[in-house]
Design a protein around this ligand. Sequence first.
Ligand code: NAD
Length: 386
Amino acid sequence: MALNRLIRMGIVGGGSDAFIGKVHRMAAQLDSKIRLVAGALSIDPKIAVQSGKDLFLDPKRVYLTYKEMVAAEKALPAEERIDFVAVVTPDDTHVEIATAFLNIGVSVVCEKPVSVKHKDALALRETVKKTGLAFAIMHGYTGYPLVRHARALVRNGGIGKIYKIIAEYPQDWILPRGDAPLHLAGWRMDPKFGTSLSMGDIGIHAAQLVRFVTGLDIETLSADLRTYTPGGRRDDDGNVLVRYKGGAHGVIYASQVSAGEENGLTIRIYGSKGGIEWHQENPNQLIVKTQGEPSKILTRAQPYLDASIPARNTRMPTGHPEGLIEAFANIYLDFADDVAAIAEGGKVSKTHLYPDIEDAVFGKTFVDTAIESNKSKEKWTKFPKV
Ligand SMILES: NC(=O)c1ccc[n+]([C@@H]2O[C@H](COP(=O)([O-])OP(=O)(O)OC[C@H]3O[C@@H](n4cnc5c(N)ncnc54)[C@H](O)[C@@H]3O)[C@@H](O)[C@H]2O)c1
């Protein structure tokens, strides 16, 4: 039964000083099922208050800290309290904030990577399990309809037995750009967020995309991570050779120093019968390849796409481009189903498509195993079962 009301969202971070929090706010509310009603919108109290005003939030629910928000929301009657919170702050704060909200019965959408320390990701998983609440980790790329089609095609044997997987995520924002201040540079340059910026910030998306499309587990990996930025304290380029269970192998490459690249997340998968290729910068198309035949370019919102992709995952007729906000919105739609079920006394669905706490732990494990391999002499490093 559909919930007969809007789902109430809170946010921590995502004020006017934020990058990705704004995307969350737009995406969550795109389909008129969710409304932002409360937030601790910035670490800077002035920005938090002004952002709350700009968003026309009730001033009583514009908080200066997440702790104040937890206490005040807990004290509200259940019919006013937020149903879930989006945690869109820097990496080192995610677990602490998410745990505090889960402990007052509030579900969580969390930004990646879930934590800086691996043990904190595991502890959060215990809290999610204990509370039975919904938890999504935002790998927004998994929300694109053509990525979901690729998943159905590959998992249903459409390209045969998988042999080779190349997932790359090149950017160039860390290269010097004259005097222009670069918003992204801030906290990301600080090694307290972990030694690997290439894998921790973006390689993690590539690894999760492979997992989402193929469902394959990593058996072992061998990583070569480099820091090219003069004085850089986190690596900004890396190649990871990956062997998957079942025999496929491949490469995950992530870089912030690939000159001329903007946000070039790309996945190519080759199997015994064919291949697929998808580019984040051209997300409305999926290339499907068969040996000896011309490649096909599939597009969004076409009747030939896999029937498992819900109609609600596409909002515009084919040919009108959709992008990252819609992809995030698709994750929010799936997540909202679980939040609605919980509000009606039900449980989190076992078949949800949004990346969850297991994916969050996987991502953190991928980054840490790559760091371990990079440091080791042996290089090939077993991917731990977690
Ligand atoms: N899923 C994606 O595609 C994607 C893209 C970009 C960033 N991210 C992740 O999102 C997170 C945020 O990244 P960003 O680039 O938006 O950072 P940002 O620095 O642009 O924004 C961070 C926001 O959090 C606020 N903040 C910081 N500490 C806070 C606290 N203790 N309480 C309340 N607010 C606080 C800041 O004031 C700001 O509003 C990071 O974990 C990053 O890895 C994910």
